[in-house]
Every structure is written in structure tokens, then in C-alpha cells.
Design a protein around this ligand. Structure first.
Ligand code: AMP
Length: 541
């Protein structure tokens, strides 16, 4: 099938040709005719499948007819991160160059005034992150009753980042009669529930299984002591012909430290995370995309869905606590039919996470050793599993895993075969405090465009009870504090209650959530007055 079979206009076919595309990808082949017919689409597709063109091309076609009124956008695309929103706007510019469409990008970290000016002129395509859109809406600067096409992109990531309540608020003020295109890399039950709520008789298109990792990516696992991770990373980079690489960290605070350390060791590295200002984020990304620097140390949120051509390597400096994140991370390489390599650096305490990844991708990740760094084994004992949760005093692993002992499938010069792990007894084991684990919940909030403003505590998959939750004080999103000061107090969407009312409720609820003994607060000698008041006890009959 060729693009000309999809019902696109000659102008669009020209833009497609200019972009150098010869054949549509499977998602484009299936989605474009459906969107042109005006049908709702539920697309299960990861980034890298060409899904952006799958919705932008037919949207340009449809939006090419008609004009927008001031402050009333005709279509709306919701993206979870600023970078993704910017990337989608670049696609519109690329494919829409032969059309006269007005487009506006509403993302945080950029002045409101400029954005307002654009909205005032009337926009055909509005690309926004949920927080900034709600900010404009609550200031009365934008009216959403003329939106004819709504795109919710990366719905699973929206869920992870606690954006679903925001999305629900936005959808509630859109016209009921509209076309909705909903994309998600995975179709968890909660995503399905949303799809059922937002879409009308959608055409379901699925182009990749959620667990699939591309065959074009060679994967390896290196297991080392926590203290040896940086050395292992450096050794891996040196032993490989790294053209450019994403290096993923779980914690935001580790990103800067690792980037500095790599720079001190002579590597060309930059950092990308959500605490950086928007101009700094844009500049960093541009440097990496233009090959001015070769290593990008980043978090999942910052790097999610970024389309950087021909990335030769992905290094997981930390094992992600969500197996799906592993699939996304390593999907940054081996794109568009090229080959790539993905290395994951694990510590013995990561056994649980490695095994979750292996069961998701349906195969073991071949273990390898690195030059000059002692290789460890995953600690599959119960105490080992707990250790990543911050407990001390775990016993060393007694038996190496069978597959861990196997030689690397694709051992290359520069790497050495694993040596059997020497027997250690308990006295030899130096008790080591393992750093508190994954603070992704907090990180996702802090990196997010805006917090989930909800009356219910957001239970995202990573931040929910029973998972590796961030410490309680971290659960209050960093962005939230900022947005509370800048945001108007009353939201037209949430009725008479203000954002801060909702947040106060939330933090109050959070304080009263009973997580067991850790929640008990000792007052010492400073007993508050209300506790000293005599309490009348009801006498039982
Ligand atoms: P996406 O999944 O939308 O992030 O797209 C991934 C990459 O595929 C982008 O760099 C697009 O420019 C590229 N791409 C999209 N459609 C095609 C196509 N039909 N042929 C070749 N490359 C494409």
C-alpha cells in the first residue's frame, strides 16, 4: 500500500514525499482512512511506530477546510510532557507546510502572554499539556466548545503521571459530538475504562504488543555492587562504539550527579529532567539531537517518546521498577530498522525488578561482565527482595541463577566472561545501607506539567499502595507548590471548590492514611493543648 491509497490530498502527499516516507507504517495504513471517515480511533501503539503521522496527517486534511474563531480552537491534542507536545507540533509544521493552518503549543515553562496572543488569533490545532491548558481555561482565555477533534496521546503515561483527573475535567467541557482519537502503548484495565468513557464506537487498531521489544535491539544485563555502578557504566561505554546514548536513571537527583561524574571522566554528557527550565530542556535536547553531545542522562518522563534518530545505545543506569518502562527505554534505540544495543546495570537487590522485566518480555536478558568490575548475582532470597526497599542486613545470595551464570550470548571483545561468584560468609558482608528506592511517583509529579488536581488521591500504578511509593513528604508534587501560587483560586471546571481546597483535602487525607506504625508522631514534652483537654468517655450501660 502507498500513501496515495489512503485518501490524502496532493498537498499532503507532497509533504510526505518531502519527509522522505515512501510507504505508510501499519498504524498509518489503518488509522488514516478511519480518521478521514470521521471515526473514533483507539490505537494501541508505542512511539516509534509512526503513530504521530497517523493522526496528524488526516487532521491536517480535515482541518484544512474551515477557519477557527478567536479563542476557540477547532482541534485539541493532549500530550503528557512538554517535549512530546513540542515534537507533535514539529510534525504539524513538517506535514502541514503546504496548508495554512494556525497552530498553538500550550506548555508550561513558557510565557502565558505569547500563548494567549496565539489563541486570540484563532487556532486550528491546539497542542497542549493538561496542566497548562487548564490554567488558560481557568483564566477564561480559551473556550473549548468548538473542538471537533480531540487526540489523547500516550494515555498510559498520562495515567502514570496522575493526569487522568485533569483529562476528565477537560473532556467534560468539550462538545459531546466530536471525533476522539485515543492512543496508548498499553491497554491496562484503567486505560480501557477511559477509552470506553471517551470514545464512541471506536475502530480499534493495535500494532504492537505491549511487552514486545524490537528484535533490532541487543539486550544485556550487568550485575554489580551498588558502589560499582558508575565504574561499570564507564567501562561499558568505553568498550562500545557509542555514537549517542540515552542513560536512564530512576531518581532525578542522580541524573545531575551522574552527568557531572561522566563529564569529569572525559565523556560528553548532558542531563535532561523535569526540574530544568523549559529553555534549558529545549537547548539540551537540541544539543543531543544535533550530535553536539553524545550522552543524554535522563529520567523516564523527560525522555518518554522522544524521537531521536539513530541512537546507538541505551544504558539503564538503574533497573526501572516498572517493566513497561524498560520496554519504552530500550525502544529509544534500534528504531526505523536500525540496530541498537541496550545495557542494564543491576545490583543484587534488583532481582524482583529484573524478573518482572524478563517475564514481561518473555525471555531472559543475557548476563555479561565488564572489564575491571566484579560481577555479582541477583539476590533472589526474601531478604534480598526487601533490601531494595531500604532494609539493611540482607544475607548475600547463596546460589547464582542458572541463566546468570551462562556466558553472554553475544560477548564482544572488551567484555569478559563472568567469573563464578566467590562464596562469601555473613561476616565478610559489609552491611550497606541501600539507598531508598525509586522515587518515581514523586519524580513523575515533579516533572509533570501540573499535578493531578483531584478530590480522590491519585493511585497511579507506581505510586499506589503496596508499590514502591515515594516517601510521604515527596508525594506532594513539587510542581504543585509552584502552581498553587500562580494559579487562580477558583476553577470553573471543578465548580465552586478551588484547586487549593482540593489539595488541602488531599494532603489531609494523606496524613490520615494509615500506613502502620511509621505514621505515629511523637510529641515529646510539647503535648498540644487539644490532647491535654479532659475527654469525656461515654459510659457503657
Ligand atoms: P512516531 O512513532 O510518531 O514517534 O514516529 C517515529 C519516527 O518514524 C519519526 O521519526 C517519523 O518521522 C518516522 N516515520 C513516521 N512515518 C514514517 C513512514 N511512513 N516512513 C518512514 N518513517 C516514518
Amino acid at each position: 500500500m502507498s500513501f496515495s491509497d489512503l485518501g490524502l490530498s496532493p498537498e499532503l502527499l507532497r509533504s510526505i514525499e518531502d519527509a522522505g516516507y515512501t510507504t505508510p507504517t501499519p498504524i498509518q495504513e489503518q488509522a488514516i482512512p478511519q480518521v478521514l471517515m470521521g471515526r473514533d480511533v483507539l490505537g494501541v501503539a508505542q512511539t516509534g511506530t509512526g503513530k504521530t503521522a497517523g493522526f496528524t496527517l488526516p487532521m491536517i486534511e480535515i482541518m484544512g477546510k474551515g477557519r477557527a474563531k478567536a479563542r476557540m480552537p477547532r482541534s485539541l491534542i493532549l500530550e503528557p510532557t512538554r517535549e512530546l507536545a513540542a515534537q507533535v507540533s514539529e510534525s504539524f509544521e513538517k506535514y502541514g507546510k503546504h496548508h495554512k493552518l494556525n497552530m498553538a503549543l500550550l506548555i508550561g515553562g513558557v510565557s502565558f502572554a505569547e500563548q494567549e496572543k496565539k489563541i486570540d488569533r484563532g487556532v486550528d490545532v491546539l497542542i497542549a499539556t493538561p496542566g497548562r491548558l487548564l490554567d488558560h481555561f481557568s483564566r477564561g482565555k480559551i473556550l473549548l466548545q468548538d473542538v471537533k477533534i480531540l487526540v489523547i496521546d500516550e494515555a498510559d503515561r498520562m495515567l502514570d503521571m496522575g493526569f487522568i483527573p485533569d483529562i476528565e475535567r477537560i473532556v467534560a467541557v468539550l462538545p459531546k459530538i466530536r471525533q476522539t482519537l485515543f492512543f496508548s502503548a498499553t491497554m491496562a484495565p484503567e486505560i480501557r475504562r477511559l477509552a470506553d468513557k471517551f470514545l464512541m464506537n471506536p475502530k480499534e487498531i493495535s500494532v504492537a504488543k505491549q511487552s514486545s521489544t524490537a528484535d533490532t535491539v541487543a539486550q544485556n544485563l550487568v550485575i554489580v555492587d551498588q558502589k560499582m555502578k558508575r565504574e561499570a557504566l564507564r567501562a561499558l561505554i568505553r568498550s562500545e562504539n557509542v555514537k549517542n546514548a540515552f542513560i536512564f536513571c530512576n531518581r532525578k537527583r542522580d541524573i545531575g550527579t551522574l552527568q557531572k561524574s561522566l563529564t569529569q571522566h572525559g565523556f560528553s554528557a548532558v542531563a535532561l529532567h523535569g526540574d530544568m527550565s523549559q529553555p534549558a530542556r529545549t537547548e539540551t535536547l537540541a544539543k543531543f539531537k544535533n550530535n553536539e553531545v553524545s550522552l543524554l542522562v535522563c529520567s523516564d518522563v523527560a525522555a518518554r517518546g522522544l524521537d531521536v534518530q539513530a541512537v546507538s545505545h541505551v544504558f539503564n543506569f538503574d533497573v526501572p521498577s516498572s517493566a513497561e518502562d524498560y520496554v519504552h527505554r530500550i525502544g529509544r534505540t534500534g528504531r526505523a530498522g536500525m540496530t541498537g544495543r541496550a545495557y542494564t546495570i543491576a545490583t543484587p537487590e534488583d532481582a524482583k525488578y529484573v524478573s518482572a522485566i524478563e517475564s514481561l518480555i518473555g525471555k531472559p536478558i543475557p548476563r555479561i561482565g565488564v572489564e575491571g568490575v566484579d560481577t555479582e548475582d541477583l539476590d533472589t532470597s526474601d531478604s534480598g527482595k526487601r533490601r531494595r526497599g531500604g532494609r539493611k542486613g540482607a544475607k548475600p545470595a547463596e546460589q547464582p541463577r542458572d541463566e546468570a551464570a551462562a556466558p553472554a550470548e553475544d560477548a564482544k571483545p572488551g567484555r569478559r566472561e563472568r567469573k563464578p561468584r566467590p562464596e562469601r560468609n555473613a561476616e565478610q558482608v559489609v552491611e550497606q545501607t541501600v539507598e531508598q528506592p525509586v522515587e518515581q511517583s514523586a519524580e513523575h509529579y515533579a516533572e509533570a506539567e501540573a499535578p493531578a488536581r483531584t478530590d480522590k488521591p491519585s493511585r497511579n500504578r507506581r505510586g499506589g499502595r503496596g508499590s514502591d511509593r515515594a516517601p510521604r513528604e515527596n508525594q506532594m508534587p513539587a510542581a504543585q507548590a509552584e502552581s498553587q501560587t500562580s494559579r487562580p483560586q477558583r476553577s470553573p471546571i471543578s465548580g465552586n471548590r478551588s484547586w487549593s481546597d482540593a489539595e488541602n483535602d488531599r494532603s489531609r487525607r494523606s496524613e490520615s492514611d494509615d500506613d502502620g506504625p511509621n505514621n505515629v508522631i511523637g510529641f515529646g514534652d510539647d503535648i498540644p493543648a487539644f490532647l491535654q483537654r479532659p475527654v469525656k468517655l461515654k459510659q457503657s450501660a
